[in-house]
Design a protein around this ligand. Structure first.
Ligand code: MG
Length: 388
């Protein structure tokens, strides 16, 4: 099979890039990536053209820009499902993000997709999450319901194009079109257009594999659910059976860890079998074939049903656990109160958000500011401003 090589002359990334470096990237990717992968030199480039570097490709630079952004660092102070008061074992939004990136990269390499792009997309995917997870998202959505609402997926794009301040010439991180488009696909799941790149599809799939496994781990570790209780679910039952074939007498923490390992391994193997067998025989020669196809990287039908059963259980027993519900109610009240304070007194916003309030209105600017807060900072500001 002849693989397509991106034309060096037509790369819109950078006219100043040394031809030797371009040739190195092209050669490396021609050897390692499939023709249906998104090759770096086929990128549509950045909104603001800029010189490239001679030691990193465009998606590597995207990854680094995301890692060095303030919004990314703040993910360490944002809850995934469980709050800091509930313990220090469970995932934060940041460690969840790293697990997604790790799994997505593993699968990308096996499917010969662009790992650099996958990593950038994965590290970026939850960067728009407000404090207090989906509870925070729902509260902010209600605050600006009349003005288009709030979604963490859309917020990631606002962060990357407007809110992060890194360069004097323009706002935002100036990421490549592929990373921004990939996130746009997440923001607009109902959109009926061309299929997303395989790298984008893979990150979505890795997100789901990751949270199904780690939410199980965290909930069992916290003692909110028991492995024995979960053994009635097909996915857990099959994973446990495999664990017990290898280790007959595991109990406690080691059993839980072996189970979580199996949950990830089963899901990864399932996607590799399903997507791998299709991609091995589809004969696709470019990303155009990907875009025009109805194929999507995802679990097999059986795995899809097993995951749905597990997610239904997690929703009922964990995400709607009384302790989570009380955090949810409390967080939503505080977020709305804090938002009202900023709407009434825009002078309390940091100067650059005051400027933003003048441009786009204080209601939306206050939402943008609050969405960037960590859980702790949000509580602190609420306490300071509502007691004053
Ligand atoms: Mg996620």
């Amino acid at each position: 099979m002849v693989e397509r090589t991106p034309a060096l002359e037509t790369s819109p990334l950078d006219s100043q890039l040394s031809r030797a470096h371009l040739a190195t990237i092209a050669e490396r990717e021609r050897a390692l990536l499939a023709p249906y992968a998104q090759h770096t030199l086929a990128s549509a480039g950045r909104r603001h053209p800029e010189p490239s570097q001679d030691y990193r490709g465009a998606y590597q630079r995207d990854r680094d820009r995301i890692i060095h952004s303030a919004a990314f660092r703040r993910l360490s102070g944002k809850m995934q499902v469980f709050t800091g008061e509930m313990g220090d074992y469970h995932r934060t939004r940041l460690t969840h993000t790293h697990e997604v990136a790790s799994i997505a990269r593993t699968v990308a390499r096996a499917l010969r997709l662009n790992e650099d792009l996958v990593e950038a997309l994965a590290l970026f995917h939850d960067i728009g999450h407000p404090p207090f997870g989906h509870a925070g998202e729902d509260a902010l959505d209600e605050c600006v319901a009349d003005e288009g609402g709030f979604s963490h997926n859309r917020q990631a794009i606002i962060i990357a194009t407007e809110l992060e301040r890194r360069y004097t010439e323009y706002p935002g991180l100036n990421l490549t079109q592929e990373v921004l488009e990939g996130q746009q696909t997440r923001a607009d799941k109902q959109c009926k257009g061309n299929a997303p790149l395989l790298e984008v599809q893979l990150v979505d799939c890795a997100d789901s594999m990751t949270y199904d496994a780690h939410d199980t781990d965290d909930a069992v570790k916290l003692g909110w659910v028991a492995i024995e209780e979960m053994a009635k679910l097909a996915l857990i039952r099959d994973a446990l059976q495999e664990v017990r074939q290898k280790y007959t007498s595991l109990t406690g923490d080691l059993l839980r860890k072996a189970l979580v390992h199996q949950l990830l391994d089963r899901q990864v193997r399932d996607v590799l079998a399903t997507a791998g067998s299709f991609l091995a025989t589809c004969g696709w020669q470019s990303t155009r074939d990907v875009r025009e196809s109805s194929f999507r990287i995802g679990p097999s039908q059986e795995m899809k049903e097993q995951k749905a059963e597990l997610e239904k259980f997690l929703y009922r027993e964990v995400y709607r656990h009384p302790r989570i519900l009380s955090v949810r109610t409390d967080a939503q009240t505080r977020l709305k109160e804090l938002w009202e304070v900023y709407c009434d007194r825009p002078e309390l916003l940091p100067p650059h958000f005051q400027g933003r309030a003048e441009r786009i209105g204080v209601r939306r600017a206050a939402v943008d500011y609050i969405a960037g807060m960590t859980d702790r900072f949000c509580l602190q500001r609420h306490q300071e401003l509502t007691r004053a």
